[in-house]
Structure formats: structure tokens, C-alpha cells
Write a protein that binds this ligand. Structure first.
Ligand SMILES: NC(=O)c1ccc[n+]([C@@H]2O[C@H](COP(=O)([O-])OP(=O)(O)OC[C@H]3O[C@@H](n4cnc5c(N)ncnc54)[C@H](O)[C@@H]3O)[C@@H](O)[C@H]2O)c1
Length: 273
């Protein structure tokens, strides 16, 4: 009899997804739940988009998994502490302290403006640059610090940080996000170095261009998408589910030696140049 493949073997524990209500975070929530994990989601939504969040939690629960979602600013220290206190309490009630096995950082909240004033467009301010770096990069470190201090992320723990090709190349109005992505990749390497002996790995995941609300906020996004379709060897854009399936595969114990990388999940888009 052959042993089951990694993809058939169910995952266990909890996935904590920062940015779980849309795009890659949403797709990962559904795919990791289908693979056996409970989902803790952090997101920032207005009343108008809450029905969509409720549809995600309903789908996760319909698979027999827990769905604990928190509508809070993930970059706010007080909100992070209150959220983690509540998670600790709920895990303790279930007798599952230390059961967070995946942390995914998939927050999209950046200022899209030029570095220099142009044609009436105002240049980035210090506050905008710092807020973009804080939400899209530094917040990863604070969540990992707290999860480690609270005794999570042990035994085959996984940290995933969503990055983009913008970490290496310049794009109009994308400077603050570019800087945040370069910083996020540096922090991911650092966490990989320091996390290995604590039992978890950390990798940045570089997705190809993908239709999500975040993409649609980038000036000139239609041209970016059209170029990506031409460039991608598969002749199409990446989908959130393409990435979610890769994250499920990377969550298994067989991938524990993959650590400190930026893994391109883009169908070969970046390699195609
Ligand atoms: N879409 C692309 O083409 C693409 C490509 C490569 C990398 N990425 C990266 O993937 C990540 C996710 O992007 P997406 O395209 O899925 O975006 P999205 O807009 O679909 O989702 C963003 C999520 O982040 C949440 N969020 C934003 N700010 C928050 C905050 N302060 N606190 C809590 N939650 C917050 C939103 O509620 C939402 O759940 C981003 O880091 C983005 O840069 C996107």
C-alpha cells in the first residue's frame, strides 16, 4: 500500500491570517480550512464589506473548522494584544494552547503616491511612508514576537509573508510599498534565522500579478495586468487560489528545510523577465 501524499494528509492546528477577508488571505483561509486547519482571521473592513467576511467564516465553519475573525487594525499594538489575549483564552478553553501553526502576513494598506511631486500629484509624506512600512512590514515582527512569547509557532510552525516583485523593481507611485516589500523580505530572512531553533520556518511568498482589490488601487493596474498576461509563461494572471494551494503544500512537515527564501508563486512570471 502506498502512503498518502502530503496534499492528502490533513493539516492540524490553527492558521492565523493577517488580511483574511480578501485576496490571498481569503483564499488561504479557505484552502487551509479544507486541508484541516482552523482559521483565525484578522482584517480591516467597513460595514459594507462585512457580509463578505461573514460568507468566508460561514464557508470555513461549513467545513467543520473554527473561524475566529477579528475586525481590527493589525498594526495597532493595543489591538494586537487584545486580539492575542482573546485567542489565548479561546485556545486554553479548548485545551489547545500553542496550536497556532501558520502565521500568514497578507496585509495590503499602502500609500500609492510618487516620491517627488508630479503633475499636481502630491509627494509621499513622512507619515504615509512610515504607516506603509509599519502595516506592510514591521507588523510582521511584532506578531511573531508575541506569538513566540506566548508559546505558539513551535512544532513545524510556518511564517508566510506576502511580497511582490516591487521589492526589487521600481513602479510609478509604488515607492512606499516597494520599500515595505524590501523590508518585509529582510525581516522574513531574520525571522528564518532566529526561528529555526524554535521550531518554525519563515519564507516570503512572491505572487505574480493577481486581480484583487489591492491591485485595483494601483494607478495603471490594467496596463500592469495586461503586461503580466503577456509575460507569464502560462498566458494568464496568477489567482489567489494558485497561491493558496502552494501555501497548503508548504505547511506540511515535509517542507521544514525550506527556510529564509523568497519563493516565487507566479507561474514563472518573474523568471520570464
Ligand atoms: N494582488 C497582487 O497582484 C499582489 C501580488 C504580489 C503580492 N501582493 C501582496 O499580497 C498581500 C495581500 O494583498 P491582496 O492583493 O490579497 O489584497 P486585498 O486587498 O485583497 O486584501 C488585503 C487584506 O488586508 C486587510 N488589511 C489591510 N490593512 C489592514 C490592517 N491595517 N489591519 C488588518 N487588516 C488589514 C484587508 O482587510 C484585507 O483582508 C499584500 O501584501 C500585497 O502587497 C499582492
Amino acid at each position: 500500500m502506498t502512503s498518502p501524499s502530503a496534499s492528502q494528509r490533513p493539516l492540524d492546528g490553527f492558521a492565523l491570517i493577517l488580511g483574511a477577508s480578501s485576496g490571498f488571505g481569503e483564499a488561504a483561509a479557505l484552502a487551509l480550512a479544507a486541508a484541516g486547519m482552523h482559521v483565525i482571521g484578522v482584517h480591516l473592513d467597513r460595514r459594507s464589506t462585512m457580509p463578505h467576511v461573514e460568507s468566508i467564516t460561514a464557508r470555513v465553519r461549513a467545513m467543520g473548522r473554527e473561524a475566529w475573525f477579528y475586525n481590527v487594525n493589525a498594526a495597532d499594538d493595543g489591538k494586537r494584544k487584545a486580539t492575542l489575549d482573546d485567542i489565548d483564552r479561546r485556545l486554553a478553553e479548548r485545551g489547545e494552547a500553542g496550536a497556532v501553526r501558520v502565521l500568514m502576513h497578507s496585509l495590503a494598506f499602502g500609500s500609492l503616491r510618487p516620491a517627488l511631486p508630479r503633475d499636481g500629484a502630491e509627494a509621499l509624506t513622512r507619515m504615509q511612508i512610515e504607516m506603509t512600512l509599519d502595516v506592510m512590514s514591521s507588523s510582521l515582527v511584532y506578531w511573531v514576537q508575541d506569538l513566540v512569547t506566548r508559546g505558539h509557532l513551535a512544532r513545524h510552525g510556518r511564517v508566510y509573508a506576502m511580497t511582490s516583485e516591487g521589492s526589487r523593481s521600481a513602479l510609478a507611485d509604488y515607492g512606499a510599498v516597494s520599500a515595505a516589500k524590501a523590508s518585509l523580505e529582510a525581516w522574513t530572512r531574520q525571522l528564518a534565522l532566529e526561528g529555526a531553533r524554535r521550531g518554525f520556518t519563515a519564507n516570503a511568498i512572491c505572487a505574480g500579478v493577481t486581480r484583487t482589490p489591492a491591485l485595483e488601487k494601483i494607478p495603471g493596474h490594467e496596463a500592469i495586468a495586461a503586461k503580466a498576461v503577456v509575460r507569464n509563461p502560462h498566458g494568464r494572471l496568477t489567482t489567489p487560489d494558485d497561491v493558496a494551494q502552494a501555501l497548503v503544500a508548504l505547511a506540511g512537515p515535509e517542507t521544514r528545510w525550506i527556510n529564509g527564501n523568497t519563493i516565487f508563486v507566479d507561474g514563472g512570471e518573474a523568471a520570464a523577465g
